[in-house]
Every structure is written in structure tokens, then in C-alpha cells.
Design a protein around this ligand. Structure first.
Ligand code: FAD
Ligand code: NAI
Length: 505
């Protein structure tokens, strides 16, 4: 046993050192060039986005076969499943950000990165108009742009469209002006700052003041996984750490979760929904189900409660900090692209793609992730699997292209090439999503898990062991060793010192 333990420990540290060394010392990359070694044209791929779909695609693509450019206004990949842990300070936002340039540098072929957003796509001309929107853009010491955005155009042979979705406010008045979202890492920092601003302002007021009560209410609208996880993290923060620095705050401060449907986590197993509700009750988290938000002003959320007898009642919920987590809608650029392709005119909820993720009506654009409308849910799990699928597809497409090129140069050998071409084509199977389950953190070191093994077995788990499983699963899902180590260090820091109460996260 002793020998086996020593062997395992040495083996583990050896493996870890090797992984870290590989990540921090990337090898030489094949430079981009117009032609491949065999004389065939090296096709240009432009990837739009640096989220789950785009980065999963890039990490599996054989980048020596294409000239790849990745374009995104966000120069890092964000590990969204741990974003709800950032406002409370359980996780540092930088621990879940992985720079695009680091990821691009780790691939075998040169990958160019452009920090810009696509503002227009011309599917006919196969080109994209880009905009770099920083207010002051400098080259060396000289400011070349004080306020006008910098624009550029880029051509593609294939476009990998993975721009994700944006927050849906359903046109509810007052939300854009007054609520925070939880979509990007700076959203998480803004929520933390608002939370502390409200607490500090409230503490200047008399204890019985209604304004103090309002400021001490942290309201989350939307009981999907984002809203539930955020509300649970904030309630934990108040009960486990803030109460040590601000005695009595746990009695004063309230977290309210407003959901239009009868239940939170509607896509989870009914047993897990009940379990979540019981944990919320135990924690004192105020759940307002069947309550649809109608409008918001600077101080209050105005909603309609649907009662069990079918009648409705107006509800006013005062808030100090307000977060809107009501779901997704398409980005304007996606709507614009859809309007240019006849087959996409009915694509209201996302781009329509075939079984190979090729856009209906265009042979050079492939789309994946939250910007598409398929039978799969808009999750990281789906975008990740789609990214890997599409990369494998493009690796085979490069082989096919080379064989067809060789055939065009050597028509005498057509039989030899035809059979090879046929074999590659037959190996290009359509995308099939394999659901591995859903996980959500619900507070007090407990999580819920809806796990499935193939189509024959599903298991609904909830509790502290599930919480350990939740943490292990998320760390294993992270792409780089750097992020895995940073996240585990954050958890260790919180276990030893607790979460701190500075305004910065
Ligand atoms: P994204 O990951 O959103 O990436 C879109 C990218 O496109 C971004 O880099 C963006 O900057 C870029 N972009 C935007 N506009 C443009 C433009 N005009 N031009 C170029 N680039 C552009 N899913 C799970 O499966 N499990 C979870 O636990 C989970 N937790 C989540 C927690 C939170 C708080 C949130 C918000 C989501 C969570 N999700 C989870 C959902 C998951 O994050 C999304 O489904 C996933 O990110 C979709 O991947 P995507 O590549 O389509 O889009
Ligand atoms: P969502 O669409 O899953 O949930 C939004 C919730 O807001 C819904 O329950 C809806 O009924 C409610 N809502 C909408 N309008 C409302 C109104 N006017 N008043 C009150 N409630 C209203 O959105 P969410 O949670 O942002 O998730 C988006 C996607 O990301 C989903 O596919 C989800 O599965 C995924 N995700 C997964 C996570 C996980 O697996 N742990 C964590 C976070 C997101």
C-alpha cells in the first residue's frame, strides 16, 4: 500500500508538472501561408466569438490545415458555470478567464486573433465588417483615434459563427436602466459593487427606516439556473461571511427570487425542484413563484402574482440591488445575418442549421451554440460538443479537399482517389448531442444533479455529496491547468479565510 501510494503521488505530481510545463511553454507553430505543402490552397477560416462554441472548436481543429483567424470583442474565454460564484467573492473573476491568445498559441498552426466585433456580414461576398470600439485606440505613444471606432473588413472561405446570445428583457420597462445582468465577468463585478453600495448606504439610515429595508433587499428576477445559483451564493455570503464583519446583517438583509412560473429550475426533475425549495426555506431565501415582473423603476419591482384560484394580485418588491436573469435572446448581428438569407427568414429564435451545423441557405457559414435554434438547450454542454464535432468535421473536410485536389492533378489515378474520397465522406457523420446531465448549486454547500447515462438511465441527486461532485465536474470541465489550479486555490482560500468584504471581487 505504501509503495502504491508513493507511486500515485509521484505519478500525479509528475503529470501535473508536465501539463503545466506544456501549457506555459508552447511549441513552434506552422506559420500561415496561402498554399499547403502539396500546392493546394489553404482555406481561410474566420471564427466569430471566444465563448464555449468557438473555443471548443478551436481547441480540436487541426490549425495546420487552414489559415485561422478568431475575432471577438472579448479577448478571453469565460468559464460561465462558475460566474454566479464571482459576485460573492467565492471565485475571483480572473480565475475563470482564459486569454484567447494563450489558447490560440497552444494550437499546432498559427492562429491570428483580432479584438473586434462583427457588425455586418455579407454572405454573397463572403466578407465581414469589423469594428474595434475602444474609445481611445493607440499605436505606440500616438493616439490615432479619440472617439471614432476603427473599422476593417476580413474575407473568409468558411465562417464559424459562434457569437452566443444576449439577455432577453422582453421589453419590460425599466430593466435595462436599473437592473444588472449576469452574463459577462464585468457584470459580476458590477453586482458586487452595487451590493456593497446598498449595504453601506443602508447603514447610515435608522434601523426602522423603510429606505434601509429597501436597500437591504437583494432581488433576483428569473428562477432559471442563473438566478437560482446567484441567489444561493449571495445568501451563503450573507450567512457565512458578511455576518462576521457586519454583525446582525443576516437578520436585516433579504434575498428575494422572483419567478413567473410555479417553480424554479423548471427543467430539473420534480424531486430536485422540491428539494431546492426546501433548502431555500431553510436558508430564509424569499421565493416569489407565479410572480411575473411587469416593470421596474429605480426603487421597486412591480409584478403580478397569479394565485391558485386563478385571480391575480399586484405585488411591489422594493430593492437595493436588482439582477435580471430572465433568459436569452438573439444578438442584433444574428438577426441581421438571418435577414440576408432567404432560408433564415423564419429564424426568430436563432439561426437554422442542418445536422452538420451548416447554415440553412449558405454553404460557407457554420453556426453553433446559443445563436442557433435546434432541439438542444442553449447550454455550454451543447456548444462544447458542437465545437468538437465541427472541428472533427473540418479536419476531415481538409483531407477531402486535399484528395480532390490530388485527383484534379492526377486524373489517371481517379479510381484510387475516388475510393479514398468515398471513405472520408462516409466517416463524416451528422452531429448527435449526448446529454450528460444538469447541475446547479443551491446554497449551503448543496447542489442538485440530473444525471443521465445514455437514453436509458437518469438519476436525480441533491445534497452535500452532490456539491462535491458539482465542484469536481466543473474543475474537470475547465480547459486549462492554470484555471483549474486558480479555481481550486480560490476554494481553498475561502475555506481557510472566508470570503472577504472588499468591494472589488
Ligand atoms: P458564448 O459562450 O456566450 O460566447 C459568445 C462569444 O461571442 C463571446 O466571446 C462574445 O464576446 C462573442 N461575440 C459577441 N458578439 C460578437 C460579435 N458581434 N462579433 C464577434 N464576437 C462576438 N451552461 C451549462 O451547460 N452549464 C452551466 O453550468 C452553465 N452555467 C451558466 C452560468 C451563467 C451565469 C450563464 C450566463 C450561462 C451559463 N451556461 C451554462 C450557459 C452557457 O454559458 C452558454 O450556453 C454558452 O456560453 C453558449 O456558448 P456560445 O459559444 O454559444 O456563446
Ligand atoms: P432561463 O431561460 O433558463 O430562465 C429564465 C427564467 O426567468 C425562467 O424560469 C422564466 O420563467 C423567468 N422569467 C422570464 N420572464 C420573467 C418575468 N417577467 N418575471 C419573472 N420571471 C421571469 O435563463 P438562465 O437561467 O439565464 O439560463 C440560460 C441558459 O443557460 C439555460 O439554457 C440554462 O440551462 C443555462 N444555464 C445552465 C446552468 C447550469 O446548468 N447550472 C447555469 C446557468 C445557465
Amino acid at each position: 500500500i505504501f509503495k502504491a501510494s508513493v507511486f500515485s503521488v509521484v505519478g500525479f505530481w509528475g503529470w501535473l508538472t508536465w501539463r503545466v510545463y506544456k501549457e506555459t511553454n508552447p511549441g513552434e507553430q506552422l506559420p500561415q501561408s496561402p498554399l499547403k505543402e502539396n500546392g493546394n490552397k489553404r482555406k481561410n477560416i474566420v471564427i466569430l466569438g471566444s465563448g464555449w462554441g468557438a473555443i471548443s472548436y478551436l481547441s480540436k481543429l487541426d490549425t495546420t490545415q487552414y489559415n485561422v483567424t478568431i475575432v471577438s470583442p472579448r479577448n478571453y474565454f469565460l468559464f460561465t458555470p462558475l460566474l454566479p460564484s464571482v459576485p460573492s467573492g467565492t471565485i475571483d473573476s480572473r480565475s475563470i478567464c482564459d486569454p484567447v491568445r494563450t489558447i490560440a498559441r497552444a494550437t499546432p498552426g498559427e492562429v491570428r486573433y483580432m479584438e473586434a466585433q462583427a457588425i455586418d456580414i455579407d454572405p454573397e461576398a463572403r466578407c465581414i465588417q469589423l469594428e474595434h470600439n475602444s474609445e481611445r485606440f493607440s499605436v505606440g505613444d500616438a493616439f490615432i483615434n479619440d472617439n471614432e471606432p476603427i473599422r476593417a473588413t476580413i474575407d473568409y472561405d468558411y465562417l464559424i459563427y459562434a457569437v452566443g446570445a444576449t439577455v432577453n428583457t422582453f421589453g419590460i420597462p425599466g430593466i435595462p436602466e436599473n437592473a444588472s445582468f449576469l452574463k459577462e465577468s464585468n457584470d459580476a463585478t458590477a453586482i458586487r459593487q452595487k451590493l456593497f453600495n446598498s449595504i453601506e448606504a443602508a447603514r447610515l439610515l435608522p434601523k426602522d427606516s423603510s429606505e434601509r429595508k429597501r436597500l437591504m433587499n437583494f432581488v433576483v428576477c428569473g428562477g432559471g439556473p442563473t438566478g437560482v445559483e446567484l441567489a444561493a451564493e449571495i445568501q451563503d455570503y450573507i450567512d457565512q461571511d458578511l455576518c462576521k464583519f457586519i454583525p446582525g446583517i443576516e437578520k436585516e438583509m433579504k434575498v428575494t427570487l422572483i419567478e413567473a412560473l410555479p417553480n424554479v429550475l423548471a427543467s430539473f426533475h420534480p424531486r430536485l425542484i422540491e428539494y431546492t425549495k426546501s433548502i431555500f426555506k431553510e436558508q430564509g431565501l424569499d421565493l416569489l413563484a407565479n410572480t411575473r415582473v411587469q416593470s421596474v423603476d429605480k426603487r421597486n419591482v412591480y409584478a403580478t402574482l397569479k394565485k391558485s384560484d386563478g385571480t391575480t394580485e399586484d405585488v411591489v418588491v422594493p430593492y437595493g440591488t436588482l439582477v435580471w436573469a430572465g433568459g436569452n435572446t438573439q444578438r442584433p448581428i444574428t438577426k441581421r445575418l438571418a435577414s440576408k438569407i432567404l432560408e433564415q427568414r423564419t429564424a426568430r429564435r436563432g439561426l437554422l442549421v442542418d445536422d452538420y451545423l451548416k447554415l440553412d441557405g449558405d454553404d460557407h457559414i457554420f453556426a453553433l451554440g446559443d445563436c442557433t435554434f435546434t432541439t438542444n438547450p442553449p447550454t455550454a454542454q451543447v456548444a462544447h460538443q458542437q465545437g468538437h464535432f465541427l472541428a472533427e468535421y473540418f479536419n476531415k473536410l481538409a483531407k477531402l479537399d486535399d484528395l480532390e485536389y490530388s485527383l484534379s492533378k492526377d486524373t489517371d489515378q481517379s479510381q484510387k482517389y475516388d475510393s479514398k474520397i468515398e471513405r472520408v465522406k462516409q466517416s463524416m457523420l451528422p452531429f448527435k448531442y449526448r446529454h450528460q446531465g444538469s447541475l446547479a448549486y443551491i446554497g449551503t454547500e448543496r447542489a442538485v444533479a440530473d444525471l443521465s447515462w445514455g437514453s436509458w438511465s437518469t438519476v436525480a441527486l441533491g445534497g452535500s455529496l452532490t456539491f462535491l461532485f458539482w465542484r469536481t465536474a466543473y474543475v474537470s470541465m475547465m480547459l486549462g491547468m492554470r484555471n483549474k489550479i486558480l479555481v481550486m486555490t480560490d476554494w481553498l482560500k475561502v475555506a481557510i479565510f472566508g470570503r472577504d468584504c472588499s468591494k472589488e471581487s
